[in-house]
Every structure is written in C-alpha cells, then in structure tokens.
Ligand binder design. Structure first.
Ligand code: A2P
Length: 295
C-alpha cells in the first residue's frame, strides 16, 4: 500500500506514476489554473492531470513553472480531444499540447473519449488511426506513456487487435456510488492502471450519510474517505479543487486505513453521483460534435 504522495504505481512499460494526482477538470484557465496547480505542487503533489478539452493547459504549464519544481520531478498527463481524431490531426494535437503546456514531453497522453459505434460505424478504424499517432509520438520520445480514458473492454480489445503498443492506463469515472468494479477488475487483470476521474463524484458524494459516518469514525473528511477508497481499490485518484486548503487536505490520506467492513459498506452504497457520461452514448460527440478522420 502507498505511504506518501510520491509513492508510485508502475505502468506496463516500467514508467512510475505517483499514486495520487491533482485533477483540473472544470478548473478555469489562466490565473485560477496557474494558482491551483502551484498550490498543488506546493502541497507536495507531483502528478498533475489536464486535457486539451479542459482548455486550461496554458495555465497548468504556468503553474508548473511558477512552482519552481523541476519539470522532471512532475508527472504531467494531458488528453487528446475528440476533434483531433485521425493520425495527422493527432500528431498536430500533441505538438499543440506541448506548446500550450510549455514542455518538450508529456508523461502520459490519453485518448479522452473512445469513438463508438453509436456515432461512427467505423469507430474501430478511427480509434486505431488516432492510436497510431500516439504510438509514433511515444516511439519518438514526446510521450513517456500512452493510454485511454472512458474506454470499455471492447474498445481496448479493438485497439489491441489493430495496433502494436498496448494502452498503459484507462482513466474512468470512479467514486463511491459509481465505482465500476467489473471494468476496474478487467483493466487490472489486463495490466492496465486504472485512474479515477471525479473521485469525489464531482462533490456529490461528500454529503452522503454513509460516507459522513465513516469519515467521523476515522476522524477524516468525506473527501479523504473517497480518495482513500480509490487507493485501497488499487485505483489512482485525481481529486480536483481550486482551494489551497482543500488541495492540501485531499493529499492527507496516508495515515489511516479503511477497514474491510467499511470498504464493503462503501461498495454496497446505493448509486450516487453518476455523471451520466456513458462511453457507448458518445457523450462528448453528442455535446461537441465528433470529428471523423482516418488519415
Ligand atoms: P472546489 O474546486 O470549489 O474546491 P471531483 O474531484 O470528484 O471532480 O470533485 C471536485 C468537486 O469537489 C469540486 O466542486 C470541488 O470544489 C469539490 N471539492 C474538492 N475537494 C473538496 C473538499 N476537500 N471538500 C469539499 N469539496 C471539495
């Protein structure tokens, strides 16, 4: 089990990834992103997660530089957006992210959403064309590790059939009330590290009475229980906050252990806090319009 923020999961290619990340979904760009990323690095986080689709990569990069922490000490993840599908656009998107972040390599690059059958009948070919761009940039040293987000086993298997490098990570929605145990188990058995987006259920889980009761028992906050729940499930949590005190408190999760009984109580809670973003419904394509590109 992990004892501190800088303890690591090891990806299938041997790259180490700090066990708790700082999430930036819904963090506004500019000063807010800069100041909260700096606050996270000041609090000891060494793993920052952003995405081109969050439109805050520039602020994240500024926060990294403002912190004074050396680039190589920070594990930096960003994601490929749906509008950049296809090989050529993917290569350009990687360079655009490098430029926005102000760095010459990305530690982990993820396909943000799978292209799925509902929106595109040739989803397999589209995902594979994108992934070939990932593989080439990985081999060129621009990306230290590559993976996916919101992928189901069928999407991962299709990629693996058509490509050579296997995804190292799958980042999925995971929190008390929606923790996708079968998908987590499948990925872990497949050598894929699972990361949790919205480990606090976007805040919706924090007022749940079961979580509140367990938090009181351990003298911890509901947010700390959610984060610890992910870690004890073998899942890498990335809580988001733009408040320095919460950012620091969310990292204070290494001095207690949730008992098996309380883990079971969390796992058997009624559904709660689900985002309603199910991959097969192509939520990103529906909201933003999915681009269609193979070459
Ligand atoms: P804020 O950014 O204003 O602190 P998730 O990581 O699951 O997406 O959840 C993020 C939401 O939870 C944000 O609304 C964030 O608000 C809130 N949040 C994060 N940490 C805490 C905390 N320790 N206590 C209460 N709310 C929190």
């Amino acid at each position: 089990m992990f004892n501190k923020l800088t303890d690591c999961f090891t990806l299938s290619n041997g790259v180490k990834i700090p066990c708790l990340g700082y999430g930036t979904w819904q963090t506004p760009s500019g000063d807010v992103a800069r100041d909260s990323v700096k606050a996270a690095l000041d609090a000891g986080y060494r793993h920052i997660d952003t995405a081109s689709g969050y439109a805050n990569e520039d602020g994240v990069g500024e926060g990294l530089r403002a912190s004074g922490v050396a680039r190589e000490e920070v594990f930096l993840t960003t994601k490929h957006w749906i509008m950049d599908r296809g090989y050529t656009k993917t290569m350009a998107a990687i360079d655009a992210s490098l430029k926005a972040l102000g760095t010459d390599y990305i530690d982990l690059y993820l396909i943000h959403w799978p292209c799925v059958e509902k929106s595109h009948p040739n989803w397999r070919e589209i995902n594979a064309a994108t992934w070939r761009g990932f593989e080439d940039a990985y081999k060129a040293g621009k990306l230290r590790a590559i993976g996916v987000s919101n992928y189901l086993p069928e999407h991962i298997l299709a990629l693996e059939e058509m490509c050579t490098v296997k995804p190292m990570v799958n980042q999925i929605e995971f929190h008390p009330g929606y923790y996708q145990p079968e998908l987590v188990r499948w990925c872990q058995a497949h050598g894929i590290v699972v990361e949790a987006w919205s480990p606090l259920g976007c805040g919706a889980v924090l007022s749940d009475p079961t979580i509140g009761k367990i938090a009181a028992k351990y003298g911890k906050s509901p947010a700390q229980i959610c984060i610890r729940f992910a870690l004890q499930s073998g899942v890498l949590p990335m809580p988001k906050s733009t408040h320095a005190d919460r950012i620091a408190a969310n990292a204070d999760v290494f001095d207690f252990q949730i008992s098996d009984e309380d883990m079971t109580a969390i796992m058997t809670m009624p559904p709660l806090g689900y985002s309603n973003y199910h991959p097969t419904e192509a939520p990103a394509d529906t909201l933003f319009g999915g681009a269609y590109d193979l070459d």
